[in-house]
Structures are given as structure tokens and as C-alpha cells.
Design a protein around this ligand. Structure first.
Ligand code: SAM
Length: 384
């Protein structure tokens, strides 16, 4: 969606090769896997007595620890109901015979040859901790207890960076950075929530990126978690050591962006591009973060971030399954109509939030008609 008529460089950003037939198949596979695993979780933890009572309009709690079991339960029930797996009678929801049969199907029978996919394995890890999540415990802590720290972080990297559906997010921000570098002018980058470096990892795969990276004047590679950044520093040391002296690995909390007097790339009108890969929906006060980005960007600078656009519950819950187990996913200060949902926002909420923060011009990927099919994508906004 383009919000103004005149052209800008971002119109040349090409994503058709990413949103391919194979990509569509990956998203479909995840939904197919979820249609087995999520009914199993519900039957074991919520519907053991054959019925679950749920009020879709119940007021959500405010604290993250209370929100986690509330929303995990709510979204699981609403996912199943929207799919037609649960039948509703007032506040009572009962599973269909078909759902009960499906949940009891063996994986070998349900998937045939596909029973060993890494996404299924990750979902089964989450399934193993769902009882604890429904009691309000953090998913990462539970996973570390259940499968050990190493396997937890392998699962995390897989789902956050390497899983096929994430290609749309990683590619979008990597290509946007590359496009900005193609102008051949010095570029100051600020990336927040950069964690394991999904953006840079993907950028290194773009032909000619390493040469164009000469134009990076400085790159503020930041996250709230230093351990993740250390892994990224190692990755850059191996992949592109020539960049190390221009990449600054700093701990930055996105909810405090106006408090870093010492970081040059966070000063007024200092950055050419701000990047957030799979993190902006996690911040507490979205409007404050967006307003700070407006302050930090030079006029004509770009704000590039990735999103999962919240759609129908029956389609969308598998796309936020892992995040839904994390306390950090529930920090949102709600601010309707700009931000009515905890966790991922709808495209409409993003649009309202951007306009109010001073970004009238932006483009959402993919186009509206494809967002149910391909929920992962992103938004590129330009500071006027
Ligand atoms: C879902 S992961 C995104 C993946 C990340 N872009 C990568 O490449 O690994 C969210 C990241 O944002 C970071 N994060 C979450 N809240 C944050 C905040 N308020 N400020 C800064 N970073 C934050 C997390 O530590 C994590 O690395």
C-alpha cells in the first residue's frame, strides 16, 4: 500500500522471488502442523472435561505474568473456534468429533514423510511446556529446563532467523538496507533488537552487498540482550571482519531511546536508516518509540521494520505460537485505536500508529490481498 502518489526508491524493492510458490507451501505446512499440535494442547490442558468456558470479551489483565496465560488460552480457544474445531454455545466451547479424531492421529499417519520437519519439532518442544505456560511461566525458562540451554537457543535461532517463513522479514530489511547503500552516499544505520543479526546475515547473501557496505559510515547494532549480540559479533568477525570497526555493539532498550546521550546514531537527525527486525511489536510504548525514531532519522531517512500482520485467529495463531509463550510478548501499553492488540498488530493499527508519529508515507509488504496467505512482511516508512 502506497500512501502518496509520488514515486520513491522503495517502489523498486523487489520481493516477488521471496513470496514464491515454495514460500506459500512453507506457510501452509506450518498451519497444517499446528492443526495437529494445537488441538492436542487444548485437549490435554483446557478441555479435559469435554468443554471449556471462555468469554471472548473479558477484559485482559495488565501485568505480563497474568497476561501470558490469559492470552495463550484465549488465542488457542479462538484459533480452534475460528477453524471450526470448537463449537460454541454461549460461553461453552466443545470440540468437534473431527478435531478429537485428528488430535489422536499418529504423526506418521498425519504427515506421511513430513513428520520430521524442524518446525514440527519446534512446535512439539513448545507443546511439552504448554502446561507451564498456561500457569504463567516464561516459555524460554521452561524450554531451558525441558530441553537444555543449547537446544533452546537452537530452536530460538531456527524460529527467529532461519525458518523459511522468516525469509520474508529478513529479506525485506536486508534489501532495504542494500537499496539505501546503492545510492553510494555514506549511511548511518541504527538497528534495534538486532539480536542474532538476522538482517546482516541475510544482507551478506545479497550479491554485491559487501562492496556496497563500504558506504556504511557507522552501524549501531543494538539489543537489550548482550549475550545475543556477542553471538552476532562473532558472526560478523567470521563473515565480514572489515566491517567490525564501523559496527558498534551497544546495549539499547528501545523503550528508553531518548536516554542515550552518548550514542551518536541516536542523536537528533543522525541516522539514515532505522531497522527493527521482529521486535517493534514487543515494545511497551509503541507511539513513544516511533516518535523517537522520527527524531533520530534525518529528513528523508527510512524506518524499516518487519511485522506479522494479525489476521483471522484461525490463520494467525500458529504465526505467534512461540512468542505467545514469552513474557516479553505481553508488555504492550494498549493505546486504541492505534494499538488494540497485545503482541502483533494489524496492518490498520500500524498505519494509524505511523501516521500519528509523523510518518505519513509508508509501504506495507506484502500487499493487502496477500496478507492472510503471507502474514510475515514489513513496513518501510520515510521521514518527510
Ligand atoms: C524476536 S527477536 C528478533 C530477532 C532479531 N532481529 C535477530 O535477528 O535475532 C527480538 C529481539 O529483540 C530484543 N528486544 C526485545 N525487547 C527489546 C527492547 N525493549 N529493547 C531492545 N531490544 C529488545 C530481544 O532481546 C531479541 O533479540
Amino acid at each position: 500500500m502506497k500512501t502518496t502518489e509520488h514515486e520513491w526508491e522503495i517502489d523498486s524493492l523487489y520481493m516477488d522471488d521471496v513470496y514464491s510458490v515454495a514460500y506459500t507451501e512453507h506457510v501452509r505446512t506450518i498451519r497444517h502442523e499446528a492443526a495437529l499440535v494445537l488441538p492436542r494442547i487444548a485437549l490435554k490442558h483446557l478441555i479435559a472435561e469435554g468443554v471449556v468456558i471462555h468469554d471472548p470479551d473479558a477484559e485482559p489483565p495488565k501485568g505480563v505474568t497474568e497476561r501470558q496465560p490469559f492470552f495463550f488460552r484465549k488465542r488457542l480457544i479462538e484459533y480452534l473456534h475460528d477453524r471450526g474445531d470448537l463449537l460454541r454455545d454461549g460461553d461453552a466451547y466443545r470440540p468437534t468429533e473431527e478435531m478429537i479424531r485428528r488430535a489422536a492421529t499418529s504423526e506418521a499417519e498425519y504427515f506421511g514423510d513430513g513428520a520430521n520437519s524442524p518446525t514440527l519439532l519446534a512446535m512439539k518442544h513448545i507443546e511439552s511446556i504448554a502446561g507451564g505456560v498456561l500457569q504463567g511461566r516464561d516459555g524460554l525458562v521452561l524450554l531451558e529446563e525441558a530441553i537444555g540451554a543449547e537446544e533452546t537457543w537452537r530452536t530460538w535461532q531456527y524460529l527467529m532467523v532461519d525458518a523459511a517463513p522468516k525469509r520474508a522479514c529478513n529479506s525485506l530489511v536486508a534489501r532495504t538496507l542494500d537499496l539505501r547503500l546503492r545510492a553510494g552516499k555514506p549511511v548511518v544505520v541504527f538497528e534495534g533488537g538486532a539480536g542474532l543479526g538476522a538482517t546482516l546475515r541475510e544482507a551478506f547473501r545479497i550479491e554485491g552487498f559487501r562492496e556496497r557496505a563500504e558506504h556504511i559510515e557507522s552501524f549501531g547494532f543494538t539489543d537489550i540482550n548482550r549475550a545475543l549480540m556477542r553471538r552476532s559479533e562473532e558472526m560478523v568477525r567470521e563473515e565480514a571482519p572489515e566491517l567490525l570497526e564501523r559496527i558498534h555493539f551497544d546495549r539499547v532498550d528501545l523503550d528508553q531511546l531518548d536516554d542515550y546521550d552518548e550514542l551518536p546514531y541516536l542523536q537528533d537527525a543522525s541516522a539514515d536508516i532505522v531497522i527493527f527486525e521482529s521486535v517493534l511489536h514487543d515494545v511497551e510504548n509503541l507511539e513513544r518509540v516511533l516518535t523517537s525514531c522520527h527524531r533520530i532519522l534525518k529528513p528523508g531517512g527510512w524506518l524499516a521494520f518487519t511485522i506479522g500482520s494479525r489476521g483471522r485467529p484461525g490463520q494467525f495463531f500458529p504465526c505467534e505460537f512461540l512468542q505467545s509463550t514469552l513474557h516479553s510478548y505481553y508488555r504492550a501499553e494498549l493505546d486504541p485505536p492505534r494499538r488494540s492488540h497485545v503482541g502483533y498488530l494489524t496492518a490498520e493499527e500500524w498505519s494509524l500508529s505511523l501516521r500519528d508519529a509523523g510518518f505519513p508515507e509508508f509501504r506495507i509488504f506484502p500487499d493487502q490481498e496477500f496478507r492472510d496467505q503471507w502474514p510475515y512482511g514489513g513496513i518501510i516508512a520515510r521521514r518527510p
